[in-house]
Design a protein around this ligand. Structure first.
Ligand SMILES: NC(=O)c1ccc[n+]([C@@H]2O[C@H](COP(=O)([O-])OP(=O)(O)OC[C@H]3O[C@@H](n4cnc5c(N)ncnc54)[C@H](O)[C@@H]3O)[C@@H](O)[C@H]2O)c1
Length: 260
């Protein structure tokens, strides 16, 4: 067996949500470089269109699909558009997420709207994305791969953003459910849990970005915050045949933060 023969995505079709920036965009770039045809879904439209244009002009097959993952009809349409363009779906990466730093506050003060808004994207949005992708996989009848982007906040109660944290815990349950109940169809589902990256989701509204960076750089054994390019290889690897026996697991990529 030769590693490079199984660790590539030649002729595979991937749909990634939240792919206009950050981890999703880095994953789209890497998957395209490994031979995949990539559907770049998410909002805002300009961001997904820019990533698709960049990949297309580099000679890759890419399709921008402006999609709000909290709207069932939009994510179902994104799967349909992917199949219409590329013929099938092999890999699904539910990655879109938000973090309402200043509003997702202590639980005894947490407004319901903030809980709902967060879960509509981070949890319900992943359910809707998985539902649409699984329906396509079941119709095709020859397996499929899902890599859900969770977070190290799913591993403890430490986070100061309870809605965000609880949603990420839920994603690990969803990962395990899909792994257990769809494994017999050749469908694998794993989670990747990034640690603290240099930019968080909704970084621009973080009330103390500099303080956060300083705090994490001392808490992370590797001494630095992560980058999207630190996470994309794990999502990509788990999507290849080289990871064909990985199912139901949570792969933590955090510079050692969660074991301190
Ligand atoms: N950055 C970190 O420190 C970190 C750590 C752990 C986990 N994560 C997770 O990684 C994933 C990607 O985050 P990121 O760090 O790349 O941040 P990011 O903000 O760059 O990426 C999130 C993307 O999702 C998009 N998005 C937001 N709402 C959406 C919606 N309703 N429908 C479709 N797309 C929507 C955003 O516009 C953005 O492009 C998220 O699920 C996040 O929770 C990030």
């Amino acid at each position: 067996m030769n590693l490079k023969d199984i660790m590539n995505l030649k002729d595979k079709v991937a749909l990634i949500t939240g792919a206009g920036t950050g981890i999703g965009a880095a994953t789209a770039r890497l998957m395209a470089a490994e031979g995949a045809r990539v559907a770049i879904a998410g909002i805002p439209a300009e961001a997904v269109q820019a990533v698709a244009a960049e990949l297309t002009s580099a000679g890759h097959a890419a399709l921008a699909i402006p999609t709000d993952v909290s709207a069932a009809a939009q994510i179902e349409s994104a799967v349909a558009q992917t199949v219409a363009r590329f013929g099938r779906l092999d890999i699904l990466v539910p990655n879109a997420g938000i973090q309402l730093h200043t509003q997702d506050v202590n639980l005894h003060e947490l407004p319901e709207e903030v809980w709902d808004k967060t879960h509509n994207v981070n949890y319900r949005g992943v359910y809707l994305t998985c539902r649409a992708g699984l329906a396509q996989f079941m119709q095709q009848g020859d397996g499929g791969v899902i890599v859900i982007v969770a977070s190290v906040t799913a591993l403890s109660g430490r986070s100061h953003n309870p809605a965000y944290m609880a949603g990420k815990h839920g994603l690990l349950g969803l990962t395990r459910y899909i792994a257990v109940h769809y494994g017999k169809y050749g469908i694998r589902c794993n989670a990747v849990s990034p640690g603290a990256l240099e930019r968080t989701p909704n970084h621009d509204i973080h009330p103390d970005a500099a303080g956060r960076a300083e705090r994490f750089s001392t808490l992370i054994p590797l001494g630095r915050l992560g980058k999207p390019e630190d996470i994309a290889p794990f999502i990509t690897f788990l999507s290849t045949a080289a990871a064909s026996y990985a199912n139901g697991a949570n792969f933590v990529v955090d510079g050692g933060f969660s074991v301190t």
